[in-house]
Design a protein around this ligand. Structure first.
Ligand SMILES: *Cc1c(COP(=O)(O)O)cnc(C)c1O
Length: 385
């Protein structure tokens, strides 16, 4: 079935981009592992030549993701970092980019340690304050890099406000929509030009693949990104594409289950005497709760909490958990807890971690879709341990 704007989100998840196999009328898209495809004469092939430049299984995923974000085109990449790398090659030496000060640790490292060597100047600004962003704009500003909610403190930034600043400066707005997925946040509706995902997280949702995607809404950007993915060699394998396509079918119901659990666990932790502070945009106490209600369709399932005490107290609680695994990553059906200070954000300097508000008592939870009573009981016993 082809993409259709009239279909509702959950229906598109299941049907858009499904390339059924004509030989046997399969219900799902087959995995085309073939590296190359035949030509019938020197001018004619069936739309695919070589799997780096295009592959039917990967294309099915790309059509699906483009439809879910409401974009024109999508390119599925090997990882989320490969998606970011591809986008960064749209820029050149001498360009200036304004990124948030508390973005994903790997993105921060890529900008700070790698692209700085190629003369691309990425400036990290607290984007919660639009005036600071306005003041950071320079004549050579080519993009505003948005990630909301942020990692790990779940700070929100005003997407529409940042887009306005970018466009006024003649720059583009890029949004990393990994934390919420298009089910809960649709950055194109606020004027964003390019969306990227780590499909490793909610889109695949089963912690069994790493992948990424770049979604565009303008023809010029679609062509550029398609050219770059092929030139750089950043696309994902057909098998990985198939896994993500499989995970996507249940995106809607999974996100509902995830965020219902997250809200209940956040409320439990907020009242617990051993917890100092809970960061969850769904709580009325969250400083950006109103903005979350305005620009998101839900609050997501990432919950961060500061425990009372020290690094040792945090370590004791996290290693006492039985259902939550102590591991990096997020967005899978299984619950995880991570320690940003030594795990996801270890590549930042201690100074920049503290400046971003990450302390040695900060624990980041990716709330899965297990039964909520089991998840609450797990934290109850771990905090009493
Ligand atoms: C995980 C993640 C990335 C990087 O994706 P990989 O698939 O690990 O390469 C980028 N941005 C955000 C917000 C992420 O959570």
């Amino acid at each position: 079935m082809s993409s259709s704007e009239s279909l509702r989100f959950e229906t598109r998840c299941i049907h858009t981009g499904v390339h059924k196999d004509g030989a046997f009328d399969s219900a799902t898209t087959p995995i085309y592992t073939s590296s190359t495809f035949g030509w019938s004469d020197l001018k004619t092939n069936k739309g695919y030549e070589y799997t780096r430049s295009g592959n039917p299984t990967r294309r099915a995923l790309e059509e699906n993701l483009a439809a879910l974000e409401g974009g024109l085109d999508c390119r599925a990449t090997a990882t989320g970092m490969a998606a970011i790398t591809t986008i960064m090659h749209m820029f050149k030496s001498g360009d200036h980019i304004i990124a948030g000060h508390d973005i994903y640790g790997g993105t921060y490292r890529l900008f700070e340690a790698v692209y700085s060597q190629f003369g691309i100047d990425v400036e990290f600004v607290n984007q919660q304050d639009l005036d600071r962003v306005r003041k950071a704009v320079k004549p050579n500003t080519k993009a505003i890099w948005i990630e909301t909610p942020s990692n790990p403190l779940l700070n929100l930034v005003d997407i529409a406000g940042l887009v306005e600043i970018a466009h006024k400066a003649g720059a583009i707005a890029v949004a990393d929509n990994t934390f919420l997925s298009p089910y809960l946040q649709r950055p194109f509706e606020f004027g964003v030009d390019i969306i990227l995902h780590s499909t490793t997280k909610y889109l695949n949702g089963h912690s069994d693949v790493v992948g990424g995607a770049v979604i565009t809404r303008q023809k010029e950007h679609a062509e550029k990104i398609g050219y770059l993915v092929n030139s750089l060699g950043t696309p994902c394998s057909p098998f990985d594409a198939w896994l993500v396509l499989r995970g996507l079918k249940t995106l809607g119901p999974r996100m509902e289950a995830h965020q219902k659990n997250a809200m209940a666990l956040a409320r439990f932790l907020e009242k617990h005497p051993k917890i100092e502070r809970v960061y969850y945009p769904g709580l009325e106490s969250h400083p950006h709760h109103a903005l979350a209600k305005k620009q998101q369709k839900g609050f997501g399932a990432m919950v961060t909490a500061d425990i009372k005490g020290s690094r040792a107290t945090a370590e004791k609680a996290m290693t006492s958990l039985k259902i939550f695994s102590l591991a990096e990553s997020l967005g899978g059906v299984e619950s995880l807890v991570a320690y940003p200070d030594t795990m996801s954000h270890a590549t930042m300097t201690e100074e920049s971690r503290r400046a971003a508000g990450i302390s040695e008592r900060t624990m980041r939870l990716s709330v899965g879709i297990e039964h909520i009573d089991d998840l609450i009981a797990d934290w109850k016993q771990a905090l009493e341990a």
